[in-house]
Design a binder for this molecule. Structure first.
Ligand code: UD1
Length: 421
């Protein structure tokens, strides 16, 4: 199994380019199922989750062409409407095919995702939303079996649906389904994440009529058919945020190209509070620091508040910052898997429920640690960059799910990182 070996203690300097957002690419690739003519996407990152999604679409009969960061999807001849357990268990985001399949073909069979490392992560709101649009849904043998065959014209019916809690992929699934429904759907308490906005922009280019994406009420006037279009995937704010923390922790000076400061306000504010200098233009961000940071309190919440996907990285930063901080996770019940690994590097962290109390120490020690989920692994990489000696991170396939060319980008910035097979 691949390991990442990091020799800590080198400030990062220079420029890198941020990739397209994983969490925008995955739903938008699934939106390809909605179009009767080819959809062309650019800025698609080369990540394991992207390959898994393309494989899933391929099993359904979508013709996939990939050339660098460009992907063309031709869903004119879809023959299977199923996402198997084997697919969904490797990538929960496979659930995003449910809305498109049901809306366009009137039938879908998608495995229930089950739990994962960071919590139970149910999909009940995806299901309830589709039921509110008239879908008949049965859960049998671990599969969601959905149909619209009993509905007028076999089409989902527009509905007003209030989501009990803010769900990103839930909002996306329902937005895609509603795009081809008969009548108007209003999604209330919708997720406001930039990736939801990017999906809505792509769907509108395909002929959908969606307004309000980026607010908590999204209105979708259903249309009869959607066609292909061209769309460039928004940049990855979490990848950008991770490198920003790396620059701050190592006492470096790093400029990120293809980064959107307007999507990272809560992160930028916290980095400044910690003592890093952050400058930006409309699509670049520069972070400079002398490496002496103050601990900052973090509370994760849906966008535009502080993102849960940046929690592990800020936890790593706080372990070597001056002072005591609290890190409060409100989105996932078990997203502190990185704590035990950081403790193995000498970090002083106490967890009580969904709050961690972090007491800053002078220096982490390099150690053998294990990646447990995508963002926890990112936190360990950051810890390794400032730790003494060598840090060996095992199970880095998690990182390959979400960070394009991680070693290459870190090496370009002066880090000493290598992969061992
Ligand atoms: C997405 C992101 C993930 C991010 C998360 C929160 C993608 C592919 N993944 O995940 O990186 O960490 O948003 O910003 O975009 N919930 C329910 N019932 C549902 C749906 C969700 O109870 O039907 C709960 C979840 O268990 C969780 C919370 O709602 O506690 C938020 O989850 P959600 O926003 O749905 O996360 P994902 O969309 O899976």
């Amino acid at each position: 199994m691949d390991k990442l070996i990091i020799e800590g203690g080198r400030p990062l300097h220079g420029e890198i380019t941020i990739s397209g957002a994983k969490n925008a690419a995955l739903p938008i690739l699934c939106a390809g199922l909605l179009a009767e003519t080819p959809l062309t996407l650019t800025g698609v990152p080369a990540l394991r989750d992207v390959s898994s999604t393309l494989k899933l679409l391929d099993t359904m009969g979508v013709k996939v062409t990939r050339d660098g960061d460009a992907v063309t999807l031709d869903a004119s001849d879809v023959a299977s409407f199923e996402a198997t357990y084997e697919m969904v268990k490797t990538m929960r985001a496979s659930i995003l095919v449910l809305g498109p399949l049901l809306a366009r073909f009137g039938t879908a069979r998608v495995s229930l995702p089950g739990g994962c490392a960071i919590g139970s992560r149910p999909v009940d709101l995806h299901i309830k939303g589709l039921q509110a649009m008239g879908a008949a849904i049965h859960i049998t043998h671990g599969y969601i079996q959905a149909s619209t065959l009993h509905l007028p014209n076999r089409r989902l019916q527009g509905a007003k649906y209030y989501m009990d809690l803010v769900t990103v992929t839930g909002t996306e699934n329902l937005m895609m389904a509603a795009a081809l429904a008969q009548g108007t759907t209003v999604l209330e308490n919708a997720a406001k994440e930039p990736e939801v906005v990017d999906l809505a922009e792509c769907l509108n280019k395909m002929g959908a009529k969606i307004t309000g994406a980026g607010t908590d009420a999204i209105t979708i006037h259903g249309v009869e058919r959607l066609s292909g279009a061209s769309h460039h995937i928004v940049c990855d704010r979490i990848e950008a945020g991770t490198y920003m923390v790396a620059a701050a922790m190592t006492g470096g000076n790093v400029t990120l190209n293809n980064a959107r400061p307007d999507l990272l306000e809560a992160v930028i504010e916290k980095l400044r509070e910690a003592g890093a200098e952050v400058a930006h233009t409309a699509n670049t961000i520069t972070v400079k620091s002398n490496g002496k940071l103050k601990a900052v309190n973090i509370r994760t919440a849906p966008h535009p508040a502080f993102p849960t996907d940046m929690q592990a990285q800020f936890m790593a930063m706080n372990t070597v910052a001056e002072g005591v901080s609290t890190v409060h996770e409100t989105i996932f019940e078990n997203r502190f898997m990185h704590v035990q690994e950081l403790q193995r590097m000498g970090a002083n962290i106490e967890v009580q429920g969904n709050t961690a109390l972090v007491k800053g120490i002078d220096r982490l020690d390099g150690a053998n640690v294990m990646a447990t989920d995508l963002r926890a692994s990112a936190g360990l990489v950051l810890a390794g960059l400032v730790a003494s000696d060598e840090t060996v991170i095992d199970r880095i396939y998690h990182l390959d799910r979400g960070y394009e060319q991680l070693e290459e980008k870190l090496t370009k910035l002066g880090a000493k990182v290598r992969r061992s097979h």
